[in-house]
Design a protein around this ligand. Structure first.
Ligand code: T4K
Length: 369
C-alpha cells in the first residue's frame, strides 16, 4: 500500500524559486507591513482576478470578519449553513445574527427562491457562499439586494481565479472574500483577500487590517492587525506563476473522476455550471444510501481503510455546531441537512495521479457489487 492520500495537498513552487523570491527580503530586512512583495502581489492579483480593487489580508477568515466590520453592519445577515465554520463565525463575531437560508440541491449554493421570505426590517446583508467553487446565482442575489437595500458579501474562499460570463468572480456584490490558505487552489501559506467596489470600504478595510494607522502620527480608527507578511506574499508571487498549470492538472483529475463515477446509481456528482470558468477546487460527491447501497460514512470508512482520507466537507452544518447549541432551527434548512449527511469530498490536488484517482474510484465502484 502506498502512502496516505489526503483530501488535498498544498501546491508549492520549487524550493529554489521560493528561495530566489525571498532573497531580497534578506537584503532589505523588510519582513512585513505592506512591503514590496505585498504591493507586487496586490497588483498582479488585480490583473489575474480581473477586479478593480484587492486588499490582501492575513487569511480568508479575517477577510470576511473585517469586511463585515468595515461595513458597520447591524442586525440580521442571511447566509448558508453549508459551509466552513468561518462564514458563520465571522457573522457572529461581528455581533450580527445569522439567519440561515437553505441551499439548492443542484449546486449547493444559497437557494435564491427562499431568500426574500427571510428578509425582515432587521436584515442588513446577505453572505452567500460560492461553495466548492460553484457560483451562486449572482444576478438574482443582486436583484434582491438592490430591491431591499442590502449589502452583499460573497464568501468566495473557494473561487480563486474563477470567472462568470467573462467577469472576475470578485466583481460581484459589494465585496468578495477569498482564502489563500495552504489547502486552496492558490495559496500564500495562510492568506486572504477582499475584492471590493467602494473606495471608502477599501480605506476602512485597510485601517482595520493595520491598527487604523494612516501615517506615523495619524491613527484614524480602532483597527486590528491582519496584514499579509512578505513571506506570504512571496509564496503568492511564486504560486501565481504556476496557477494556470495547476488548474489544468486539477481539471484532468476531475475529468477522470467524472469518467469513472458518472451515472452510477445513488451517486450525485458536482453540477457543471454554464458560463463559469472553473478552478476545480473540490470534488464533492453525494451518496444516497438507498440507491447506492452504502452510506457516505461507509464510503468514508472504506476509503480510510485503504489509506485514502476523504473529508466530509461540510458536515456538520454550521447551524448545528456545539457552540451554537439550541440557537438555530436546523429543520429550516432541510436540503443543507440532507446534503451534509451524504457528502464526501474526494481527494483532489494538482499532482494527484490518474492511477490514484482510478484506485479511489475502483474502491467506490467496488462497493456497489
Ligand atoms: N470560508 C470558506 C467557505 C472556507 O472554506 C474557508 C476555509 C474560509 C472561509 C476561511 O479561510 P481561511 O481563514 O482558512 O483562509 C481546511 C482549511 O484550513 C480551511 O482554509 C478551509 N476553508 C477548509 C475547507 O479546509 P481543515 O480543518 O479541514 O484543514 P486540515 O488541516 O485538516 O487540512 C486538510 C488537508 O489539507 C490535510 O489533510 C492535508 C492538506 N494540507 C493541510 C495543510 C494545513 C496540506 O497539504 N498542507 C497544509 O499546510 O480546514
Amino acid at each position: 500500500m502506498s502512502n496516505k492520500i489526503l483530501v488535498t495537498r498544498s501546491s508549492m513552487p520549487e524550493l529554489e524559486e521560493y528561495v530566489e523570491e525571498i532573497r531580497d527580503i534578506w537584503d532589505s530586512h523588510w519582513l512585513t507591513n505592506m512591503g514590496e512583495k505585498h504591493k507586487n502581489l496586490q497588483q498582479q492579483l488585480k490583473d489575474y482576478m480581473k477586479v478593480e480593487n484587492v486588499e490582501l489580508l492575513t487569511n480568508g477568515h479575517m477577510a470576511l470578519e473585517l469586511t463585515m466590520q468595515a461595513m458597520n453592519l447591524q442586525g440580521e445577515v442571511i447566509t448558508s449553513p453549508f459551509t466552513f465554520a468561518s462564514t458563520t463565525h465571522a457573522i457572529v463575531r461581528n455581533g450580527l445574527i445569522p439567519v440561515f437560508c437553505d441551499v439548492n440541491p443542484i449546486d449547493f449554493t444559497i437557494d435564491v427562491t427562499k431568500l426574500e421570505s427571510l428578509i425582515t426590517d432587521k436584515t442588513c446583508a446577505i453572505v452567500p457562499v460560492h461553495v466548492y467553487g460553484n457560483i451562486c446565482n449572482v444576478e438574482e442575489i443582486d436583484r434582491i439586494a438592490y430591491k431591499y437595500g442590502l449589502k452583499v458579501i460573497y464568501d468566495a474562499a473557494h473561487t480563486f481565479g474563477e470567472e462568470y460570463k467573462g467577469c472576475g468572480i470578485g466583481t460581484f456584490g459589494d465585496a468578495s472574500c477569498f482564502s489563500f490558505h495552504a489547502t486552496k487552489v492558490f495559496n500564500t501559506i495562510e492568506g486572504g483577500a477582499v475584492c471590493y467596489k467602494d473606495e471608502l470600504l477599501g480605506q476602512r478595510l485597510y485601517n482595520l487590517k493595520n491598527f487604523g494607522i494612516r501615517g506615523p502620527e495619524d491613527v484614524e480608527s480602532v483597527g486590528a492587525n491582519a496584514k499579509m507578511n512578505e513571506f506570504q506574499a512571496a509564496m503568492g508571487l511564486c504560486n501565481l506563476r504556476h496557477v494556470e498549470r495547476e488548474i489544468k492538472k486539477r481539471k484532468k483529475v476531475v475529468e477522470r473522476y467524472r469518467e469513472r463515477l458518472e451515472g452510477i446509481k445513488g451517486i450525485q456528482l458536482n453540477h457543471i455550471q454554464d458560463n463559469v470558468k472553473s478552478n476545480y477546487a473540490y470534488f464533492p460527491v453525494i451518496f444516497d444510501e438507498k440507491l447506492f447501497g452504502h452510506s457516505r460514512n461507509e464510503v468514508f470508512d472504506k476509503l480510510a481503510e485503504n489509506n485514502i482520507m476523504a473529508r466530509k466537507y461540510f458536515y456538520p452544518l454550521t447551524n448545528t455546531f456545539d457552540c451554537y447549541h439550541g440557537q438555530y432551527d436546523v429543520s429550516k434548512t432541510p436540503i443543507a441537512l440532507y446534503l451534509s449527511k451524504r457528502v464526501l469530498t474526494l481527494p483532489l490536488y494538482a499532482d494527484l495521479s490518474i492511477e490514484d484517482v482510478d484506485r479511489i474510484s475502483d474502491i467506490i465502484v467496488g462497493m456497489m457489487e
